[in-house]
Ligand binder design. Structure first.
Ligand code: SAM
Ligand code: DTB
Ligand code: SF4
Length: 369
């Protein structure tokens, strides 16, 4: 990205976020038009290649083994199934497949080899391939890149401060380290967050500042609205107003002008008009498919109807260019150059402990769960 970068402060970002809504949307729409083709939206299909049973305690996540949620767990998907799903996605307008696994981090072995084969297979269909597999080392990132991976999705999720109230099994710096490893392997980076987890607007602004400090900053930034799933510590979180989503999309658009802002989880709760405002405010991508990873998502035909109404078209693969050159100079300020050992801060988050105990109780009553 050759652009003059601005060093955003949290106060400046917050000031943007709090502007009169229509003024904010107008300014964001201008930035969008200066940097992107506003008629095109990248359509990325999500595939959950390994579902549930995750050892982490992310308070928002239905796939954490310690909570009891009503999801169907699955072992690693076969390469054949991935290929069939990718072909189906391609025929309905997707140019990218994002494969997600409920892992804390990538481990060497047969499963990783199978993921590498999935990457080669989807790449050979001339689609952009993205993976989100948890934390990974530089060497693993390089092997994924050699197999044809285009992007790595690893979300910061929220501000560093709020993160401590959501996850106790890994540190914020671990996330930044993994993003650095993806960068050093020449992958494009997809990293964003979730709003609606009880954070303040200051936390939303702080997350955007952290993303803007990464150099280069992520090529795509997913903005998810929390899907409050029964059994998770966040089951009772109230749905955020659509205006918060519009503000967050618009602010991201202005702070990171070249990035593709992805309207992510939570679209089933949005009206067409709400989504239209998000596209106006600079969203340039959606996750498609009738399921996100485990929760519902709008039907692709419904999305295409909305595109027709709004005069939008699905973007072709690699429209935003090929993978960047390996950046030899990329410095990850968190790295001490030693072999990685991810942290387990293990502080106590009351809501997470409570949801874990509730799950234990439920299993005692019904051991089949
Ligand atoms: N296990 C890997 C990891 O955590 O990096 C990859 C999969 S994880 C499910 C990918 C992302 O999905 C999370 O970082 C989070 O931002 C998002 N996510 C998970 N559950 C969500 C929920 N209930 N609502 C909104 N976003 C969610
Ligand atoms: C991202 O930021 N959102 C997607 C994708 N990256 C992997 C996942 C959303 C998951 C929503 C909850 C679920 O379906 O399990
Ligand atoms: Fe595991 Fe990822 Fe869910 Fe956290 S978000 S519990 S790491 S699948």
């Amino acid at each position: 990205m050759t652009e003059k970068r601005k060093n955003w402060t949290k106060e400046e970002v917050l000031e943007l976020y709090n502007k009169p809504l229509l003024q904010l949307v107008f300014e964001a729409a201008e930035v969008h038009r200066q940097n992107h083709d506003p008629r095109e939206v990248q359509v990325s299909t999500l595939l959950s290649i390994k579902t549930g049973g995750c050892p982490e305690d992310c308070g928002y996540c239905p796939q954490a083994a310690r909570y009891h949620t009503d999801i169907e767990k699955n072992d690693l998907m076969s390469v054949q199934t991935v290929k069939a799903q990718a072909l189906r996605a391609k025929s309905s307008g997707s140019s990218r497949v994002c494969m997600g696994a409920a892992w804390r981090n990538v481990k060497e072995g047969d499963d990783f080899d199978q993921v590498l084969e999935m990457v080669r297979t989807v790449r050979d269909l001339d689609m952009e391939v993205c993976c989100t597999l948890g934390m990974l080392t530089e060497d693993q990132a390089r092997r994924l890149s050699d197999a044809g991976l285009y992007a790595y999705n690893h979300n910061l999720d929220t501000s560093e401060e709020h993160y401590k109230k959501v996850i106790s099994t890994r540190g914020y710096e671990d996330r930044i380290e993994t993003i650095g490893n993806a960068r050093k392997a020449g992958l494009t980076v997809c990293s964003g967050g979730i709003i609606g987890m009880g954070e303040a607007p200051e936390d939303r602004a702080a997350m955007l500042v952290t993303l803007s400090c990464l150099n280069p900053y992520p090529e795509s930034v997913p903005i998810n609205a929390l899907v409050a799933v029964e059994g998770t510590p966040m089951e009772e979180q109230e749905q955020i107003p659509i205006w918060d989503m519009v503000r967050m999309v618009a602010t991201t658009r202005i702070v990171l002008p070249k990035t593709t802002v992805r309207l992510s989880a939570g679209r089933t709760q949005m009206t067409d008009e709400g989504q239209a405002l998000c596209f106006m405010a600079g969203a340039g991508s959606i996750f498609a498919g009738d399921k996100l990873l485990t929760t519902p998502n709008p039907d692709i035909n419904k999305d295409m109807e909305l595109f027709n109404t709004l005069g939008l078209t699905p973007q072709k693969a690699y429209k935003k260019g090929d993978k960047p050159e390996v950046n030899e100079n990329y410095k990850n300020s968190c790295s001490n150059g030693e072999k990685q050992k991810w942290s387990r801060p293990a502080h106590t988050i009351e809501a997470n402990v409570k949801a874990t105990l509730n799950a234990k109780e439920k299993r005692k009553l019904n051991p089949k769960l």
